[in-house]
Design a protein around this ligand. Structure first.
Ligand code: GDP
Length: 440
């Protein structure tokens, strides 16, 4: 996420390292680079300029009042300004109605349908709500089918009426269906087009007026940079929406949209989409995002994600197994699957302070575990629970079955042995205290 921008800002802020104080001269040099970094990230010219002016004023003003090194002070000021620019505090959804109605708007391909599904899934699992999805795209039957597929995937009902060509009527019927059947949130997915046009705007505006949603969300593809900001403006003029959803932040987004949108439409970014999977949704926290942009990682989100996947009962079972030396490959597989559920690997690594920068050239993909999984799947249940059974001929068979080599099987077995030993060690003496501390 935002690798380029992070790198350039890091370089710009590095200029001040080694300087005893912030002066008109070195601050100007640094800020020229900061501005260039922002422009390269597709931040609007005026916003980039105002940003650096504010940072400069603060830097020169606070210079004498602080014991921070100039470099640290500058990082802090840039962080605060970035946070402010992206929205200050995180803002949640208004779910006060019964049902609460959420209207999704945005261009075709922005990720509306995917996000509708993600949001339904999020509300269902995190907020114990009972959401209903409503398909209001009357032009593309495939879009309606897509929402049904998504609904099935997450176990959320989808209301649609394929013969009906009136999106307002479908939206109203969907809400009536929700009321009659005990759904407390209705998420309405609407038709988008490839570019802003009259007909689409009139249609979404009619739906908006007719159903008066508690939340109108504008979904935008962050990869489109300044275009994202312009589209946001057009939709906001018509809908006066409540919040922005930035999708596709997992890709090579330059970051301009995330930094600029709030100050242009004066509406908060509420969620971000970080992948195609239904779990790839995050609440948008401006300050955490600023940390990530500045390469400081985002430990809070990382811990939250880990906690979401943390299952107390399973963890206790696992601890017992380790103590009894019964930790096998099935348990290992379960651990891998839990890690995978936390999100895409590159994204997770980016949350570790400093690691994103260190690993930027390392090619980490989500298939990183594929080979390991294939090897484990090729073992018999007996071999999985008792890896010492795996002799030379079994290794050959496992290699063949998993499409890997005997060396790779050996390597995994070796790593597994080391890991088991370490776990065993952690169970006794110091380790116990450490585990206790980690559990908090
Ligand atoms: P809609 O036309 O606005 O409903 O857009 P879709 O929901 O159909 O999404 C368009 C494409 O973008 C699909 O291929 C999605 O899988 C993909 N997509 C949506 N959100 C994300 C995201 O956060 N990250 C990535 N990488 N792809 C996404």
């Amino acid at each position: 996420m935002f690798n380029n921008l992070s790198e350039k800002l890091d370089k710009a802020l590095h200029v001040l390292k080694g300087h005893g104080s912030i002066t008109e001269v070195n601050v100007a040099e640094t800020l020229k680079e900061v501005r260039r970094a922002l422009l390269d990230a597709d931040v609007n010219f005026k916003i980039a300029k105002d940003f650096t002016v504010r940072v400069k004023e603060k830097a020169l003003g606070q210079n004498v009042l602080t014991t921070l090194q100039p470099g640290q002070l500058m990082v802090k000021i840039v962080k605060d300004e970035l946070t402010e620019l992206m929205g200050g505090d995180a803002e949640g959804l208004n779910l006060s109605g019964n049902p609460s109605v959420i209207l999704m708007s945005g261009l075709q391909g922005s990720g509306k349908t995917t996000f509708s599904g993600k949001l339904a899934n999020y509300l269902k699992t995190k907020k114990t709500k009972k959401p209903l999805l409503v398909a209001c795209d009357v032009y593309r039957p495939a879009a309606v089918d897509q929402l049904h597929v998504v609904g099935e995937q997450i176990g959320v009902e989808v209301y649609s009426d394929k013969g009906n060509t009136d999106p307002v009527a479908i939206a109203q019927a969907g809400i009536a269906h929700a009321k009659a059947n005990g759904f407390n949130v209705v998420i309405i997915d609407t038709a988008g087009r490839l570019a802003v046009d009259e007909v689409m705007m009139t249609e979404i505006s009619n739906i908006h007026k007719a159903i008066q949603p508690q939340e109108t969300l504008f979904v935008v593809d962050s990869m489109t940079g300044q275009d994202a900001v312009n589209t946001a403006k057009a939709f906001n003029d018509v809908l006066n929406f409540d919040g922005v959803i930035l999708t596709k932040l997992d890709g090579d987004t330059r970051g301009g949209a995330a930094i600029t949108i709030k100050s242009v439409v004066n509406k908060p970014i509420k969620f971000i989409g970080t992948g195609e999977k239904m779990e790839a949704i995050d609440v948008f926290y401006p300050s955490r995002m600023a940390d990530r942009i500045l390469g400081m990682g985002d430990v809070v989100s990382l811990v939250e994600r880990a906690q979401e996947q943390y299952d107390e009962v399973e963890a206790r079972k696992l601890q017992k197994k380790i103590a009894k030396n019964q930790f096998g490959f099935d348990d290992f597989l379960k651990q891998i699957q839990q890690i995978k559920k936390m999100g895409n690997m590159k994204d997770l690594i980016g949350m570790i302070p400093g690691a994103g920068k260190m690993m930027k050239d390392v090619d980490i993909d989500d298939d990183a575990f594929k080979g390991i999984e294939a090897i484990i799947y090729s073992m018999t249940p007996a071999e999985r629970s008792n890896p010492s059974l795996i002799n030379a001929s079994r290794k050959k068979r496992i290699g063949k079955g998993s499409g890997t080599s005997v060396q790779e099987v050996n390597q995994l077995l070796k790593q597994f042995n080391q890991m088991s030993k370490m776990m065993k060690m952690m169970q006794g003496g110091k380790g116990k205290a450490m585990m206790q501390a980690m559990k908090g």
